[in-house]
Design a protein around this ligand. Structure first.
Ligand code: GLA
Length: 744
């Protein structure tokens, strides 16, 4: 049993293979958080509580002279508000009488077999998942309430024992007679009573997403958030809290990943007793949700995991969970198509003939799918117009989309198509006929970005229109794949359909509307494959991955910039979800020139494809591309399902980046190395490998030296040849993929 409740000690113990999580109901019904970390054998960890009068930290009324028992110093599983815990809180509410107090006490709990589901929100799948590792997920639902006002908070826990994962979500229900306004809702609150921690988070910008940053947690509040209506390029809804000496291979690390694609916030506070609290939930500066009697609101799910063995192991837990229990099960064993996308080849300037010329060349090199990007609809000759007018532009695509799609299929490839469903151009027939569908403030000019506005996805009529337009096109042209884009931050959150005191709900309702549309389309077209995208990787989150097996990682296709972007992404997300393409050199975003080989090696750490004008590449390049596609197919399962290890660390001053895949049997490993800087008289180039059989013997395919697994892992692999070759044949960013095979 991974969830045990002891009615005498009123202790909850949640156990996974390598972690334990404890909560306890105290004498007056406060749900205390006792422990999260390496297993402690179920020992009641309340012995660590130190009840001393701290001064200026008052007590609940029931405790009277027991001054050491203060909500301000006790570790809480989920805080109330305005009743004595003066640290960051898990919620904020306002009752009809204006009171903002909420005093939560334990009411009941239930333990269920299987994993709970959420209505209208993505979640880690239990029995519906791929379950490559057989799991008996269990769920715990604890109900807390403020009996005076009838406000109920259900804490949901899903325990995946073999994956070392615990999920959390929260449902708030108004069981009172009057309305309650929820001004803040979190999914997770967790207290660590002592320790010196670093917070690792992933910030960025358009074309430079998920840059890993590691900061010490000091006596203040760190807040990582997005108010952009999207999970954002700027702050991914994923953080790691770890000991200050944790590195890739050793040390305690705790991950918190929100399965959500909209506004989010994570706060971390080290308080006056040196205890650290982390709260993660919906960003709340413009949030207010009105709950009438009987109504509920749900906080998105957070995937928590713990590793005692550093950051690589923590990432591995996320990789398995996302591949096996977040992404739709059917993609687990389905080889994803190698694609050619026309965006960087043609931008808006194409017609049927041009695309079919690209298709001819794509067929020749062995590509599986052609994706027609932006510009095929309405009067879309530039990014100034036509979003929302999802009707084929037959001036560009003579005879319609089906003629082109059939042409691509005749060449033996699948056909995919770009949409940006949630957007509307001011210059569009849709805006002219439905100005109220755009999310704008009444009478105020909207903020315009890339000449576009955002559709009010909270409206059913907007969802219906998009469903109908997209369905017709998908059906008529028999589309296999959709690239689902989202190219601006959201402002002017306002729905003309909602009353004034519900406008604080719009940002969340917007995402719920997007999820509803995704869900409906996938039910209508069960074989449709959707790749997420938001100006590159602006919505790279586990929420979108519930619907889309892969997400375009960044609009920056420069392989050297991509190394950092993909490395940052790898902390939480598996390679099988990372959309990455080989593009032209010099690169369109950075102007940097790199070899086709290096571009291929970097793009292969993802779903792989090409995004350049294949009618303009030389025969020699085509031959290399053919080989790259063969290599990608050869290593497909090793890359997509192998254990992934970062071999170089951001904190070390390396002049190269290296990463490795190892299969489950440890009979094969693929080591990728890219030189990112040229050092004169360079330091010894070596990496220590991971995951091999220490007793086994390995050879590099095509090489002649035998290496013992233990030697490669403890003594390292020296790749002097790569540097020597670079000296002989100058190449700015040389790279190599070494395929190690176990020979005995
Ligand atoms: C976004 C995407 C690109 C491309 C363009 C089209 O920027 O990330 O890949 O589809 O939109 O406008």
């Amino acid at each position: 049993m991974s969830i045990v409740f002891n009615p005498d000690s009123r202790l909850f113990v949640l156990s996974t293979k390598n972690s334990e999580y404890q909560m306890k109901i105290d004498e007056i019904g406060i749900l205390l958080h006792l422990y999260y970390g390496a297993p402690v054998g179920g020992m009641d960890m309340s012995y660590r509580l130190w009840h001393v009068d701290r001064g200026f930290s008052g007590n609940p009324y029931e405790y009277q002279e027991e001054r050491g028992k203060s909500l301000d110093t006790l570790p809480q599983e989920f805080t109330g508000a305005n009743v004595g815990d003066l640290r960051i809180s898990s919620l904020s509410i306002r009752g009809a009488n204006g009171s903002r107090s909420c005093d939560l006490r334990y009411k009941s709990h239930e333990i269920l077999q299987g994993k709970y589901k959420l209505d209208g929100l993505p979640y880690v799948r239990g029995e519906n998942g791929t379950l490559a590792v057989e799991e008996d997920a269990q769920s715990l639902i604890i109900t807390l309430e403020d009996a005076l006002i009838g406000f109920e908070v259900k804490l949901l826990y899903g325990v995946f024992e073999k994956k070392d994962v615990i999920t959390r979500s929260v449902i708030m229900t108004n069981r009172g007679k009057d309305y309650v306004r929820v001004n803040k809702i979190s999914s997770v609150c967790i207290d660590f009573p002592y320790g010196r921690y670093d917070l690792i988070h992933f910030h960025g910008r358009h074309c430079m997403e998920r840059q890993m940053e590691r900061v010490p947690v000091k006596h203040d509040i760190i807040s990582i958030q997005s108010k952009r209506g999207m999970s954002s390029h700027h702050h991914n809804p994923f953080v790691i809290l770890c000991d200050e000496d944790t590195n890739q291979t050793q040390g305690n690390a705790y991950g918190f990943m929100m399965m959500y694609s909209g506004n989010h916030k994570t706060e971390v506070e080290k308080d006056f007793t040196d205890s650290t609290r982390l709260v993660m939930g919906l960003q709340n500066s413009n949030f207010a949700w009105r709950l009438e009697a009987g109504d509920s609101v749900t906080a998105p799910e957070v995937i928590m995991t713990y590793s005692a063995e550093g950051l690589n192991a923590l990432s591995s837990n996320y990789h398995h969970t996302i591949r096996e229990n977040v992404v739709d099960a059917k993609y687990y064993n389905l080889e994803r198509p190698v694609l050619i996308n026309n965006w960087e080849a043609t931008y808006f300037d194409f017609n049927t003939e041009k695309i079919l010329q690209i298709a001819d060349n794509a067929k020749e090199i062995g590509i599986d799918m052609l994706v027609l990007d932006d510009g095929w609809f309405g009067k879309r000759e530039s990014d100034h117009t036509s979003l929302g007018d999802w009707f084929v532009n037959e001036e560009k695509l003579q005879g319609g989309l089906k003629v082109l799609a059939d042409g691509v299929r005749e060449r033996g490839m699948k056909f995919g198509l770009w949409f940006e469903p949630e957007m509307i151009s001011e210059d569009s027939d849709l805006f002219r006929s439905h100005p109220d569908w755009a999310m704008t403030d009444p009478e105020r000019k909207p903020m315009i970005s890339r000449s576009q506005m955002v559709l009010d996805m909270s409206r059913k009529d907007v969802q219906d229109y998009l469903f109908e337009r997209m369905s017709e096109i998908i059906r008529d042209a028999d589309i296999y794949y959709v690239k689902w884009d989202f190219n601006r931050s959201v402002s002017n959150f306002y729905s003309k359909e909602l009353p004034s005191d519900r406008q604080g709900e719009v940002a969340h309702r917007f995402i719920l509307g997007t999820y509803a549309l995704l869900d409906r389309l996938l039910k209508e077209f069960p074989n449709l494959m959707i790749e997420g995208c938001a100006g590159g990787g602006g919505r790279f989150d586990a929420g979108m991955l519930f619907y889309c097996p892969q997400i375009w990682c960044s609009d920056d296709t420069d392989p050297i910039a991509r190394l950092r972007i993909q490395e940052g992404t790898s902390y939480g997300y598996p390679v099988s979800t990372v959309g990455s393409h080989v593009s032209a050199s010099p690169n369109h975003q950075t102007g940097r020139s790199t070899s086709l080989k290096t571009r291929g090696i970097v793009a292969m750490s993802g779903t792989f494809g090409y995004e350049l004008d294949l009618t303009k590449v030389s025969e020699e390049e085509k031959e290399l591309m053919k080989q790259q596609i063969k290599d990608f197919r050869k290593y497909y399962w090793l890359i997509q399902h192998g254990e992934y290890y970062r071999l170089t660390d951001d904190r070390e001053q390396n002049y190269f980046t290296a990463w490795e895949y190892v299969n489950a049997e440890a009979t094969e490993a693929l080591v990728n190395i890219v030189i990112t800087d040229s050092h004169a008289n360079p330091e010894l180039p070596y990496v220590k490998l991971h995951g091999l059989d220490p007793e086994g013997w390995y050879m590099i395919e095509g090489g002649d030296r035998k290496y013992k697994g233990a030697a490669l892992m403890n003594g390292g692999f020296v790749f002097g040849m790569l540097i020597e070759n670079m000296m002989k044949e100058p190449d700015n960013y040389p790279s190599e993929m070494y395929h190690f095979v176990k020979i005995g």
